[in-house]
Design a protein around this ligand. Structure first.
Ligand code: GLN
Length: 235
């Protein structure tokens, strides 16, 4: 952990990967989003102080955490067994499935993963969207590896979808909904994965993890969690 805060509390640094709206994105050069507001509200409930945010590509967040460049990850990160071997997670704070996003023009309207066979598709490096492509399409032999495009950021994947370089993007459903509201793309169908997002913490930082879990439950019990959901998901 970093140095002490002015009030004697421990300062921590948070890491995220903008380009995943509405969880984290840049707006007029500023980092904003549900994850940003939620983690800040949670930390406010603890004895820790947030020194600031560091931005990374999604795939670099876990290394940044284990190297102690950051102390907590807030990036719509799915809690799963593979990641649990390297890092720890707080309690879940949001649920998601995968969505298959296509151009709005309607030329290509897949309704199941097998309809993606032979099509150029994309996802973001190191994500569960990528794992879905690998496990459900490439491994069973329904999609040639050469048809899969791995992007450093989901914004680049969606831009490549819009300009016709790829025909579909596999991405978390709430983020797909946000892109669909802002760009000429639409959700063709969803693929149920039952994922849960948690904040990523270092293995062994048990006191900090407990503080975040307590803070999260306070934020959930009050109105803050609902207020932030309304603010960022318009519900
Ligand atoms: N929830 C997905 C994952 O954890 C995607 C997260 C992201 O792209 N920020 O892999």
């Amino acid at each position: 952990f970093g140095g002490g805060g002015g009030d004697g509390s421990t300062e921590i640094t948070a890491g995220t990967a903008p380009g995943f709206p509405p969880f984290e994105m840049k707006q007029d050069g500023e980092l904003v989003g549900f994850d940003i507001d939620l983690l800040e509200a949670v930390i406010d409930e603890t004895d820790y102080t947030l020194a600031g945010w560091e931005e990374y590509e999604f795939k670099s967040l876990i290394p940044a955490l284990t190297n102690e460049n950051i102390d907590v990850v807030a990036a719509g990160m799915t809690i799963n067994d593979e990641r649990d071997q390297t890092i720890d997670f707080t309690d879940p704070y949001y649920s998601s499935n995968q969505a298959i996003v296509v151009r709005e023009d309607g030329d290509f309207a897949p309704s199941s993963l097998s309809d993606l066979a032979g099509r150029p598709i994309g996802a973001q490096k190191g994500t569960t969207g990528e794992t879905t492509v690998q496990d459900e399409l490439i491994s069973p032999g329904n999609l040639d590896e050469s048809n899969y495009n791995s992007y450093g950021n989901y914004v680049l994947a969606v831009e490549d979808l819009q300009n016709g370089n790829i025909d579909a993007v596999v991405i978390d459903e709430p983020v797909a909904q946000t892109f669909a509201a802002q760009r000429p793309v639409t959700i063709a169908f969803t693929y149920e994965t039952g994922e849960n997002f948690g904040f990523g913490v270092r293995d062994g930082d048990d006191e900090f993890t407990q503080a975040l879990n307590d803070g999260l439950s306070t934020v959930r019990d009050g109105s803050t969690y609902q207020d932030l959901t309304n603010k960022w998901f318009g519900q």
